[in-house]
Design a protein around this ligand. Structure first.
Ligand code: JHZ
Ligand code: ZN
Length: 431
C-alpha cells in the first residue's frame, strides 16, 4: 500500500531540463530547499495517518532568457485539486487593492455595459465582483472547484477549468474577446507559459489590455522571501524575463507599476501594440545595472537563506528554552515552505491560526500543526506568534491589537528573524 503510494507520488513529479519560457538548456541551479510537501495541500483529520508526498524543490536561472524557475514540476491537477484551500476574499487589504485597481481601469479605459472583462484564475470572484456591481460583463476562469463555486454564488459567471490556447480559441469563436484581461498571481502557476500567454493574445481585443500581477523576483531576492518559493510557483519573474516572454508571443510589456502586495509585486500592462513606456525602460536599466540578468546576482542568495534558517532556529529555540509557548499566524502556502525548510514542527509551534474557514480544522503540510481560528490567540495566549503571513503584518497587528496589548509578541521570519516592534515597524511592509 505504502509502496504503491510512493510510486503514485513519483508519477506526480518531473524534473525539467529545459527552460519553461525559451526552451533553452542553459539552466543553472541557484537554490536547493530540500524535499518539501506541497504548500497548499493542507491535511484533513481523516488523512492524518496517510503518507504525504514530498518533492525536491530546486530553483534555477536560465542563462538564455533570464527566467528564474523551479526545476521540479508537479502535475497541475495535483496542485489545484478540489481541496485547493486558497480563497482570495479572506484579506480585506487584498479586496481593497483589487477594488482600487478595477475603479482605475473602468475610468481610464472607459469600460461600460458593452465591454467584456475576463479574469484568469478568478478564484472566488473577489475582483470581478467589482465589475459586476458596476454593470460591466465579466467572465471568470478558474480550475479550483471550491473557489469557482463561491464566485458563481456571488454572481460572477465562472468557467471551472484551466485557461489554455484551446479555450482562448473557443472564446474567440463565441465572440468573447476582452477589453481587459486580469491575471493576478497566476503566471507563476502555469505549466505551459507560452501557451498561456498566446491564449491571452488571442483573447484580447486589438486595443485591449492585459493587467497582470506577479510577485517581483528582485523583491524576493533583496528581502530574502525564499518562503514564497514552492511547487505551485514555477517561475519567479524579472522585467527582463517578462519582456522576453511577451515578445516571443506577439505581446508587449508597455508599462509596469510597483506594488507592495505579497512582499513586492509588479502590475504589468501588456498589449498587442508596442509602446514601451519609461517605467519599463527604467526598470530594465536598473535590473541590468544590478545584474539580475547575470547568474552572479543569485550566488550569495542560497547562503543568505541558510542564515535565515539558522537564525530563526536560534531565536525560536532560545525562546522555547525559556519556557515560552509559541503559535503561528497564517496557514499561508509560504508558511508551509518556511516551517518545512527551517524544520519547525509541532514540538515548537503549538498551533497555527487563520481566518480562512476552509483551512481551519486542517493541518499544516509536512509538520502537521493544527489550524485554528484567530480567536485561539486570545483564548490560549501563547507568549509568541510567528507570523507566517508576514506580508499582511500591518493588517494582522491591527486585528490582533488585543493580543499584543495583553503582552503577546509577534515574530517576523524574514528578511532577518526578529521580534516585531509595532512602532519601529509600522509602514515598512504593507500589503
Ligand atoms: P497569503 C497565496 O500564497 C496563494 P500564500 C497563491 N499560491 C499565490 O500565488 C500567492 O498568494 C501570491 C490568512 N489571513 O495570501 C489568509 C488571516 O488569517 O499571504 C491566508 O490563509 N488573517 C495562490 O498562501 C494567509 O493568511 C488576516 O488578517 O502564501 C495569507 O496567505 C490576513 C490578512 C490573512 O499567501
Ligand atoms: Zn529561458
Amino acid at each position: 500500500m505504502l509502496e504503491q503510494s510512493a510510486q503514485n507520488f513519483a508519477q506526480m513529479h518531473r524534473s525539467e531540463t529545459r527552460c519553461r519560457s525559451c526552451a533553452g538548456t542553459d539552466l543553472t541551479e541557484v537554490l536547493d530547499l530540500g524535499e518539501t510537501p506541497l504548500a497548499d495541500r493542507l491535511i484533513s483529520a481523516k488523512h492524518l495517518q496517510e503518507p504525504e508526498p514530498r518533492f525536491p524543490l530546486r530553483v534555477a536561472y536560465c542563462g538564455q532568457c533570464a527566467l528564474v524557475q523551479i526545476i521540479d514540476s508537479i502535475n497541475a491537477d495535483v496542485l489545484f485539486d478540489e481541496e485547493y484551500p486558497y480563497y482570495s476574499s479572506f484579506s480585506p487589504a487584498l479586496l481593497a487593492h483589487s477594488r482600487a485597481n478595477v475603479q482605475d481601469l473602468i475610468k481610464n479605459r472607459g469600460l461600460g455595459p458593452s465591454s467584456l472583462v475576463i479574469e484568469l484564475a478568478s478564484n472566488d470572484g473577489y475582483l470581478l465582483k467589482n465589475y459586476v456591481d458596476a454593470g460591466i460583463p465579466v467572465l471568470g476562469i478558474d480550475p479550483a472547484t471550491g473557489p469557482a463555486e463561491a464566485a458563481v454564488a456571488i454572481g460572477v459567471p465562472t468557467l471551472n477549468t484551466f485557461f489554455t490556447v484551446e479555450l482562448a480559441q473557443q472564446l474567440v469563436s463565441q465572440d468573447k474577446r476582452a477589453d481587459v484581461i486580469h491575471a493576478n498571481n497566476v503566471l507563476a502557476h502555469v505549466p505551459d507559459l507560452n501557451g498561456f500567454v498566446q491564449g491571452i493574445r488571442e483573447t484580447l481585443k486589438d486595443n485591449g489590455v492585459a493587467v497582470i500581477e506577479v510577485p517581483y523576483l528582485k523583491a524576493l531576492i533583496d528581502h530574502l522571501e525564499f518562503d514564497t518559493i514552492y511547487h505551485e510557483h514555477m517561475c519567479y519573474f524579472s522585467v527582463r524575463a517578462l519582456d522576453n516572454l511577451f515578445r516571443r508571443n506577439g505581446l508587449y510589456l508597455n508599462e509596469i507599476r510597483h506594488l507592495s502586495i505579497h512582499g513586492g509585486s509588479l502590475r504589468l500592462f501588456v498589449e498587442r501594440i508596442e509602446r514601451v513606456g519609461a517605467s519599463v525602460r527604467d526598470q530594465l536599466a536598473i535590473e541590468r545595472a544590478e545584474g539580475l540578468d547575470r547568474i552572479d546576482y543569485f550566488r550569495s542568495f542560497a547562503k543568505q537563506v541558510a542564515t535565515v534558517r539558522s537564525d530563526l532556529l536560534k531565536l525560536i529555540h532560545g525562546l522555547k528554552a525559556q519556557g515560552a509557548r509559541i503559535a503561528a499566524y497564517g496557514a499561508a502556502a509560504k508558511g508551509a515552505t518556511l516551517i518545512n525548510y527551517v524544520g519547525l514542527g509541532s514540538a515548537v509551534i503549538d498551533f497555527v491560526v487563520d481566518r480562512n474557514v476552509h483551512k481551519q480544522g486542517r493541518y499544516m503540510p509536512g509538520q502537521r500543526i493544527p489550524i485554528l481560528p484567530p480567536e485561539a490567540l486570545l483564548e490560549r495566549k501563547p507568549d509568541y506568534v510567528l507570523v507566517l503571513a508576514w506580508n499582511f503584518i500591518d493588517e494582522i497587528a491591527a486585528q490582533q491589537s488585543a493580543y499584543l496589548d495583553q503582552g503577546g509578541h509577534f515574530i517576523l521570519p524574514v528578511p532577518v528573524p526578529r521580534i516585531y516592534e509595532p512602532q519601529a515597524h509600522k509602514g515598512t511592509v504593507t500589503a
